[in-house]
Structures are given as structure tokens and as C-alpha cells.
Design a protein around this ligand. Structure first.
Ligand SMILES: [Zn+2]
Length: 164
């Protein structure tokens, strides 16, 4: 693993705080003190989170429990983490905090790996299965299908939608 992959960074891009890299024992949020009442995080760059990173993450978001927190374009690595440990969601909003996230697709025509950003409203639950809107391959335009093994976190939304 290269140093760039290990490194964690926080950048401000427009209205978003963008988290990039790996969340682990080297990650700390001590110098990051956002002031806004509504905090929008872009989590598309998080490539990995380990158990010590989870602890740091939970402690950090606990300090923001009186704010409104939104997670945008959440990476599949982070969505997988959240589905195993829902405590990674902000205490103030829970699953409602996830505004959009990335889903891995594979093209049935050219076999290329694709990633699409979807929102919880793009999902539908039929019986116990979660379906998402049709995604076109960004390389050839043909329909792409969900990469099942990497999209199990979709079940995080199953019961929430059924309850609606
Ligand atoms: Zn294709």
C-alpha cells in the first residue's frame, strides 16, 4: 500500500468537507473544528476504515451531535462499514443522514466495472430484495447490473423503506 493511499485528508470543496483516504489509527480529527450548524460531508474518497478508525470516527461525530450532518456520495467501503456498524452514522440523523452513496455495477455487455451515485429514493424493496434504478454503463451505454458481493450494504435501507 502506498503512502498516498494511507494518507487521510480533509478538503473544503464548495459546501462540502471532503474526506479522502484511509480511516485508521493514524487518522485524527483534532485540528478539524467546523463551525456550521449544517455540515455536509463528501465521503466518496474514503477507501478503507478499520476498527480503530471506527472508534475515532464515532468519537468525532459524537462531538457534532447537536449539528445537522449530511453524508454525500458515500464510498462503497464506507457504506460496507456502516452496514456492519450502524454506530458510524451521525447520532443526530442516523440513516437519514445518508443523502447519496456509490454503488458498484458491472456492465453485462463489455464487462467494465462502473460506479454510480444513487440516492435512497432510487431504491425500491420488493419482498426481501432491494432494487435500484437502472444504470447505463459509462463506457458502452448498455445496462449494467449490480455487483452483488459489494452491494450487500443496500439491506441497510430495506426495512426503512418498507416502513414508509
Ligand atoms: Zn459497458
Amino acid at each position: 500500500m502506498s503512502d498516498t493511499q494511507r494518507k487521510f485528508s480533509i478538503d473544503r470543496r464548495g459546501e462540502f468537507y471532503c474526506f479522502d483516504g484511509i480511516i485508521n489509527e493514524h487518522t485524527n480529527f483534532r485540528k478539524f473544528e467546523p463551525k456550521e450548524k449544517l455540515l455536509k460531508f463528501d465521503l466518496s474518497g474514503i477507501s478503507y476504515i478499520n476498527s480503530i478508525g471506527c472508534k475515532t470516527w464515532i468519537q468525532f461525530f459524537d462531538t457534532l451531535k447537536d449539528r445537522e450532518v449530511e453524508f454525500h456520495r458515500v464510498s462503497t467501503a464506507m457504506m460496507t462499514g456502516i452496514s456492519m456498524l450502524p454506530g458510524l452514522l451521525p447520532p443526530s440523523g442516523g440513516r437519514e443522514s445518508i443523502k447519496s452513496f456509490k454503488l458498484p455495477f458491472c456492465c453485462v455487455n463489455c464487462d467494465a466495472d462502473n460506479e454510480a451515485v444513487v440516492t435512497p429514493s432510487d431504491l425500491a424493496v420488493v419482498h426481501d430484495s432491494v432494487f435500484t434504478k437502472l444504470v447505463a454503463c459509462q463506457f458502452c451505454g448498455n445496462p449494467a447490473t449490480l455487483t452483488e458481493a459489494n452491494s450487500e450494504f443496500l439491506y441497510l435501507f430495506a426495512y426503512e423503506i418498507v416502513d414508509d
